[in-house]
Design a protein around this ligand. Structure first.
Ligand code: NAD
Length: 335
């Protein structure tokens, strides 16, 4: 059993903890939090040992009636791998702690790429992370784009990718984020940081990305144009994408018109927290014109990186090859 510690138990950390718990070959040593909020209460409710991330504030857990198992250092010491799911920028500061205990660590996409030896997407470059000490699972948008680009590159070759990312203003719980009633170029400069981030996975990829932010919380939407090196017809590309285990090609018969209905579909299917771990790509949007391919895909920012974190645990511990790990993760989660 691979013993996994989770440092940072928020939107991503709580989902990764449950996904790790559900795997046949790994278990959760415990989760570290800074303060005893509703997520800490739920961690205890779910049977995870709770560790205090900040020594000076450890007493707050006891004050709130939540028992802790120790400080984060003890969690790191006991873990074979730590998944750091702290807010952007904190992961880099935690690096020293993981090195002190010689515990390999997995960081999230909010960290700069240079925090880790490897930026990771299971479909695209699993092998690069095998045996590494520090791995960064790329952001939700970069994960979604990498999953799409990988099969297109393999099947047809890619000359250039152009993508506009219509981004949710904040996650559903982030009541301090916006815009509330606006449409922002975000960032206004081009390319947005997403293109260079995809190049941490595919260094030689020619990609331009433009970002916008809108008053929505449910998902991101990508409008994608890829100039291929071949001229496949749309049906062939749709079939290729439908074969990918972490892309759901949404059939027109389902009558799903947008992200609201996608999320409703996830809830109706009994998905935990209404999560959509896969890219959701509208089948009807798959269009080719000569070498140009177009589509719309929606990305559930809170959950698409979750299976990637699980695979990164197996890669970093050299516990399975890519195909085996992805199959095990998918099977355990119900992807
Ligand atoms: P979050 O704010 O929901 O959760 C972070 C958790 O870490 C909180 O529980 C917070 O209390 C805790 N924390 C803060 N400081 C800490 C410390 N020093 N030690 C331990 N825990 C600490 O954040 P999130 O949305 O889960 O994001 C985590 C990382 O994942 C970021 O790098 C982010 O960019 C990335 N990410 C987020 C999303 C998303 O849409 N939410 C998607 C993909 C990647």
């Amino acid at each position: 059993m691979i013993r996994v510690g989770i440092n940072g138990y928020g939107t991503i950390g709580k989902r990764v903890a449950d996904a790790v718990r559900d795997q046949p070959d790994m278990g959760v040593v415990g989760v570290a939090k800074t303060r005893p909020n509703y997520e800490a209460e739920q961690a205890v409710e779910r049977g995870y040992d709770l560790y205090a991330a900040i020594e000076d504030r450890a007493h707050r857990f006891a004050d709130a009636g939540l028992e802790t198992a120790g400080l984060v250092d003890e969690l790191v010491a006991q873990s074979d791998v730590v998944v750091d799911a702290t807010p952007s920028g904190i992961g880099a500061k935690n690096c020293e702690l993981y090195e002190e205990y010689d515990t390999p660590a997995i960081y999230q996409g909010g960290e700069d790429a240079d925090v880790a030896d490897v930026s990771f997407n299971a479909r695209s470059n699993y092998d690069d992370a095998v045996g590494a000490d520090h791995v960064r699972v790329v952001s939700c948008n970069t994960t979604g784009l990498s999953r799409l680009v990988a099969p297109l590159r393999e099947a047809y070759g890619v000359e250039k990718v152009r993508t506009t990312l219509v981004r949710r203003g904040g996650d559903p719980g982030q009541s301090d984020r916006g815009p509330i009633n606006d449409i922002l170029p975000d960032p206004v400069t081009i390319p947005s940081h997403h293109g260079p981030d995809v190049q941490t996975i595919f260094p030689d990829l020619d990609i331009d990305t433009l970002g916008m932010k809108v008053p929505a919380t449910l998902m991101h939407m990508h409008s994608v144009n890829v100039t291929l090196e071949a001229e496949p017809d749309a049906d062939e590309v749709r079939d290729l994408l439908a074969e990918q285990s972490r892309i759901t090609v949404v059939d027109a018969d389902l009558g799903i018109e947008g992200t609201g209905q996608l999320k409703e579909w996830a809830l109706d299917r009994g998905r935990p927290r209404g999560d959509l771990w896969e890219n959701c790509l509208w089948g009807d949007s798959v269009t080719t014109d000569g070498r140009d391919f177009y589509c719309f895909q929606a990305i559930h920012q809170e959950s698409d990186v979750v299976p990637e974190n699980v695979d990164a645990v197996r890669a970093i511990t050299d516990a399975a090859d890519a195909a085996e790990s992805v199959a095990t993760t998918n099977d355990a989660l119900g992807i």
